[in-house]
Design a protein around this ligand. Structure first.
Ligand SMILES: [Zn+2]
Length: 417
């Protein structure tokens, strides 16, 4: 399946794209863009199809801020042709998610044409959508092909490039969280996928200066890393390798800003900043001795189901009801099961410690983000101190996954800044 995703990274994009599409069975090509990405690359793609006498129909989503919610999804469903068609997403993450979902649910395929190296979701099976105010990932399909135009990506706004870098920097903690999950919670771990995502992360770190300078080589490294991370998720079957506690914080802020009717913050900018906060938790746990650990385990108590539910409801309001079934394994942890988990922490402490220590210090994460011009403090992002704390405390309720935050809870500790 993965080998079937055709990827092109270069400067001859529209020609390559049109040639590729001409070979497909579909005869209607539905281009999805927003006003901005239509101007940046969409019109050019549309012209290339027209020149080749192909039936291209553009749906340009309008509005100050296009988000992957009911309103915009419905627009595409209503405006798209009834006949079979090949969707072409010309845009960054949001446009790709809207296209991924609508093409999937209408029984069509899609091609991704990123306009900025801003996020690792171009190749992915899931579409994160906001429905009824709750952000959740819906199973969909991967693109048939990705055509990344280096000229467009290199000229993308600096903030979007820094966001793409931030999304990759998030793999520092997502990979470590995944390993912790495997060691403590016993869920599957895949060394090959881990290797692929780690390589993408390292490639990005090594190219930080070139990415900051927006050289074609640097931007190529970045988009390659973003695509590789996507392939890692595809190989594993979900976003586990590329999404951990740092993403939960990001999702939390996204939902809260939406609730308060405030402008969104770039996904990768939030993820990058959250990685610093999560790395701080890693550093704290990494400095614990075995004696500290034993003391913590001895004194720790698992909160009752009612206490946990009250916390979810307090943090999320009515939306919280939808999160309760997802948290079932944690809500219903029996005293026996909790003891077993504690035993596993103790038995695997050496391996756990190794994982904790594999995470660079928060200062190092900060330095990396700064080198590419990404935001590293809450003020620049416009987040209140209270929201930063709350994301660390309650973000983990948004997914079933085990992360370093769940480990803190197991040890009877709270996330701290
Ligand atoms: Zn991400």
């Amino acid at each position: 399946m993965i080998e079937n995703i055709h990827t092109y990274i270069g400067t001859n994009t529209t020609t390559e794209l049109v040639q590729f599409c001409a070979k497909q069975p579909e005869t209607i090509f539905t281009l999805i863009a927003d006003e901005n990405t239509y101007g940046v690359l969409g019109r050019q793609v549309e012209d290339a199809f027209k020149q080749a006498q192909m039936d291209v129909r553009s749906i340009v989503l309008r509005g100050e801020e296009v988000v992957a919610d009911e309103k915009y999804l419905m627009q595409v469903f209503i405006k798209a042709a009834y006949e079979p068609q090949l969707f072409i997403a010309v845009g960054s993450g949001t446009i790709t998610d809207i296209t991924r979902y609508t093409s999937y649910r209408s029984g069509n395929r899609f091609v991704s044409v990123p306009t900025a190296p801003s996020v690792d979701g171009f190749i992915s099976l899931g579409a994160p959508l906001i429905v009824g105010g709750l952000k959740d990932t819906y199973p969909t399909h991967a693109p048939l092909a990705v055509f990344a135009d280096l000229t467009t990506l290199t000229n993308a706004p600096k903030a979007l490039i820094a966001a793409g870098f931030g999304d990759i920097i998030g793999k520092i903690t997502s990979l470590a969280d995944w390993k912790l999950e495997n060691l403590i919670w016993g869920d599957p771990f895949d060394e090959a996928v881990e290797g692929r995502v780690r390589k993408a992360l390292q490639q990005c770190i090594d190219s930080a200066d070139a990415i900051a300078a927006r050289s074609p080589e640097g931007i190529r490294s970045l988009i390659e890393a973003l695509l590789q991370s996507g392939i890692g998720m595809l190989e594993f079957g979900n976003s586990r390798p590329a999404s951990g506690a740092e993403h939960h914080c990001s999702h939390y802020w996204e939902m809260k800003l939406l609730e308060e009717d405030r402008p969104a913050i770039l996904h990768g900018a939030k993820v990058g900043f959250a990685t610093i906060l999560v790395a701080q938790q890693y550093a704290r746990l990494g400095s614990m001795t075995r004696e500290d650990l034993m003391d913590a385990l001895e004194g720790a108590e698992w909160p009752s189901r009612d206490t946990q539910i009250a916390e979810i409801q307090q943090a999320y309001g009515t939306v919280g009801d939808e999160l309760i079934p997802m948290q079932q394994p944690f809500l219903d942890l029996t005293p026996d099961q909790y003891d077993q988990v504690k035993q596993r922490v103790l038995q695997n402490w050496d391996a756990i410690r190794q994982t904790l220590e594999s995470v660079p210090s928060p200062d190092e994460v900060k330095r990396l983000l700064q080198s590419v011009g990404g935001p590293t403090d809450r003020q620049t992002l416009g987040l209140e101190a209270e929201k930063v704390q709350a994301a660390l405390h309650y973000g983990h309720y948004l997914r079933r996954r085990f992360t370093v935050i769940k480990l803190l809870k197991i040890l009877g500790m709270q996330p701290e800044l």
